[in-house]
Design a binder for this molecule. Structure first.
Ligand code: PCA
Length: 333
């Protein structure tokens, strides 16, 4: 009897113990299974979006169920202009944004859109290295964790009509994507309107704009030749980047091992993205020519004009960016 009672007590204790353990394991599992929505502004076929999708897939597969990242390309969750704020406020845990459209948040974010500061991939990489720490710090102060950045191919001038002189540009309705392209338009005598990449085809087809500066990739992605745009002039004066950022609260919900995994996959995605960009810089220009566009360089008088515009803008930017900007520039040079 005594022995039986004891056994019953032991069984009860054992049962209780396993019950508590099971519920603990269950609740821990629930707490660490995170799902992130990743807001992407550009279409699924764009190389930035494809690269982000691969990054998301790798993290999801390798995290052992602790983190699932679901991508939403083409502005389907938030449009390009909304993504920075959405990630900052936690409406999206992670997102991609064109850095130089955020100059009002931090002038250092537009360093990569200053004409002729970095006009090759190796310069662009050096500029990135020189500016990264300061940019990461600025984002951290806004509650954001920086993951990686990838450049667009070299920026060139698109136009419906042939451009042989600055005079040919004067008065043109110009699609801009950031403050720097607005400033180029102003200093050239063009009439700028800021339009997100997703709306380019419509803007050209309705006649709202008739020229722009962007990559051969974006021209190809928006089948720009179908909207009466015949000319592409390769200026190659800057390589602006997209960055991937994470909301810091979402970041802090991850355990250390998962954070390390995300950072490791981010570094791999960054390397892959730079390669894809370099490839696109060649193949997408070819795609424009294959589609019947006239692809060439600006002539020397136009080149000189854009260089002069670049000098003016460099001075203006230095004033905005102050000592932080000066430190980055001297590290770069
Ligand atoms: N494409 C994007 C940004 C830079 C680029 O090459 C756009 O045109 O909006």
């Amino acid at each position: 009897m005594k022995w039986f009672l004891k056994k019953g007590v032991i069984m009860k204790i054992t049962k209780y113990f396993f019950g508590v353990l099971a519920s603990l394991i269950f609740s821990v599992n629930v707490a660490i299974a995170e799902k992130w929505d990743m807001a992407l502004a550009y279409g699924a076929g764009n190389f930035h979006s494809a690269n982000a999708a691969e990054f998301a897939k790798n993290v999801t597969e390798k995290s052992g169920g602790k983190l699932t990242i679901v991508t939403h390309p083409g502005g389907s969750l938030f449009k390009g202009g909304e993504i920075f704020r959405a990630v900052r406020t936690g409406q999206a845990q992670i997102g991609e944004r064109f850095m130089s459209a955020l100059g009002k948040e931090d002038p250092l974010l537009e360093i990569d859109s200053q004409p002729f500061l970095a006009s090759s991939y190796s310069d662009a990489l050096n500029l990135y290295k020189a500016s990264k720490a300061e940019i990461v710090k600025g984002l951290d102060e806004k509650g954001l964790v920086f993951l990686y950045a990838v450049p667009w191919p070299a920026q060139g001038l698109y136009s419906k009509k042939e451009i042989n002189s600055v005079n040919d540009l004067k008065g043109l309705k110009f699609r801009a994507y950031n403050s720097a392209t607005i400033r180029i338009a102003e200093l050239t005598g063009m009439a700028p309107t800021k339009i997100e990449a997703a709306e380019i085809s419509q803007a050209f087809s309705t006649g709202a704009v008739e020229s722009m500066i962007t990559s051969p990739t974006t021209g190809k992605n928006s089948k720009i030749w179908e909207n009466g745009v015949k000319y592409f002039y390769d200026i190659a004066a800057w390589f602006p980047k997209n960055m991937i950022i994470v909301n810091k609260d979402a970041w802090n919900n991850l355990d250390k091992a998962t954070q390390d995994l995300v950072m490791k996959q981010a570094a791999l995605a960054e390397r892959k993205g730079w390669q894809l960009s370099k490839q696109g810089n060649v193949s997408d220009k070819k795609a424009l020519a294959d589609a019947g566009m006239v692809v060439g360089k600006v002539n020397s008088s136009l080149q000189a004009h854009f260089e002069k515009v670049g000098e003016t803008m460099a001075k203006e930017w230095s004033q905005k960016a102050g000592s932080r900007g000066a430190a980055v520039l001297s590290a770069y040079k």
